[in-house]
Design a protein around this ligand. Structure first.
Ligand SMILES: [Zn+2]
Length: 130
């Protein structure tokens, strides 16, 4: 678990920038975002834990199975390409879920659970095990 200096749990939603800053989602307030310097954050496992969370975001690792996800840049009119990620691991509870990297970083645990349930239904429909 990663915290502010006031012990408010936070979730990293961006990798650590070259100048040591990260965007985080606060555990209170719906979708409240803040930016911190990593020296203003604490973690149960210290800086290693913050670095690991940053690496997972930078390398687009699946939050459930930890494997690299397929990353595609979707061209958009009037905007920079949208980066979307998909877990292609059929054994994973989040298999086939495709989200922009921004959405991916911001979903709540309840929303993830809804995705897991819909993936489970899809797998059942397709006749996959687990
Ligand atoms: Zn996965």
């Amino acid at each position: 678990m990663i915290y502010t200096r006031f012990y408010t749990p936070v979730t990293l939603i961006s990798p650590i920038s070259p100048d040591g800053r990260v965007r985080v989602l606060m555990s209170y307030g719906d979708g409240l975002e803040r930016e911190y310097h990593i020296s203003d954050l604490k973690a149960d496992d210290g800086l290693n834990e913050i670095q690991a969370a940053s690496d997972a975001l930078a390398n687009h690792l699946c939050r459930d199975c930890g494997q690299p996800m397929e990353t595609i840049e979707q061209p958009q009119r009037q905007a920079p390409p949208l980066k979307v990620v998909t877990c292609k691991n059929k054994a994973c509870a989040l298999w086939s879920v495709t989200l922009s990297t921004d959405q991916y970083a911001k979903l709540t645990e309840g929303e993830w659970q809804e995705y897991r349930e819909s993936v489970a239904r899809l797998k059942k429909t397709l006749g996959y095990k687990s």
